[in-house]
Design a binder for this molecule. Structure first.
Ligand code: PEP
Length: 256
């Protein structure tokens, strides 16, 4: 078994302290298959409480903590931003970077996203780098070109070797929060493209990078998606706000 599976909860701007409590209690007894990491990424005000609970209840083997964003700058006059050092102090291990909502609503470019990935890696955080095409881009058969254009600036900035410490989440924009999941065949085909694209730079690295699928994953479709040979788990939005459903999704993941 060479590749771990990861199931990451992206709460976005949802959730509250009560959800932190119920999620921690729920995940305390989740049954996981071999080689699976569960990552919970709440909104930043809840990172501290999540971190404290995971520590007090000695659950750091079961629950890793993730942030939803990080600044590309180390510190300074950047009102509203959060630094890698702040995240480290809260025992954060993962950070979602380049989510399509950040790319579209906050105009984060692939170059800025590459800087963020670099900053996160330098601080020892594992980036969950999100890439994905819009509905119109898929309709125009531009998916591969779009994904390559999102990945290349990151490869150029950090070098392919550093992808040993990166997780990639393929999230077709048209499937996020819409209930329209990519079929397992379509998701597998695109994941295979991403792995082959990375393999042009380094085959060994490409074979080991965990590739997560995101976009309306739920308790009913997770098993089929996770069974695909190049899908190593998921980035879960809406369904991660429901503890029992999220536990089912976590239990369906398996390292490959
Ligand atoms: C996401 O926001 O990363 C996501 C995949 O959302 P959802 O599962 O709700 O589609």
């Amino acid at each position: 078994m060479t590749r771990r599976a990861i199931v990451a909860a992206n709460w976005k701007m949802n959730g509250d302290l009560a959800l932190v409590n119920t999620m921690v209690s729920g995940l305390a007894n989740v049954e996981l298959q071999d080689n699976v990491n569960v990552v919970v990424c709440p909104s930043s005000p809840y990172l501290s409480e999540l971190s404290a609970q995971v520590k007090t209840k000695q659950l750091s083997a079961a629950i890793s903590i993730g942030a939803q964003n990080v600044s590309e700058h180390k510190q300074g006059a950047y009102t509203g931003e959060i630094s890698t050092q702040m995240l480290q102090e809260l025992s954060v291990k993962f950070v979602i970077i380049g989510h399509s909502e950040r790319r579209s609503y906050y105009h984060e470019s692939s170059t800025q996203i590459a800087h963020k990935v670099h900053t996160a890696l330098t601080a020892g955080l594992t980036p969950i780098l999100c890439i994905g095409e819009s509905e119109a881009e898929r309709a125009m058969e531009q998916t591969d070109t779009v994904l390559a254009a999102q990945l290349q600036p990151v490869i150029d900035e950090i070098g392919i070797e550093k992808f040993n410490d990166v997780v990639i989440a393929y999230e077709p924009v048209w499937a996020i929060g819409t209930g329209k999941t990519a079929s397992s065949e379509m998701a597998q085909e695109t994941h295979q493209f991403i792995r082959q694209f990375l393999a042009q730079a380094d085959e060994d690295v490409a074979a080991k990078v965990p590739l997560l699928y995101g976009g309306s994953v739920n308790a009913s479709n997770c098993e089929e998606l996770f069974a695909q040979s190049d899908i190593d788990g998921g980035l879960i939005g809406g369904a991660s706000l429901q503890v029992e459903q999220f536990k089912i999704i976590c239990s369906a993941a398996k390292g490959k």
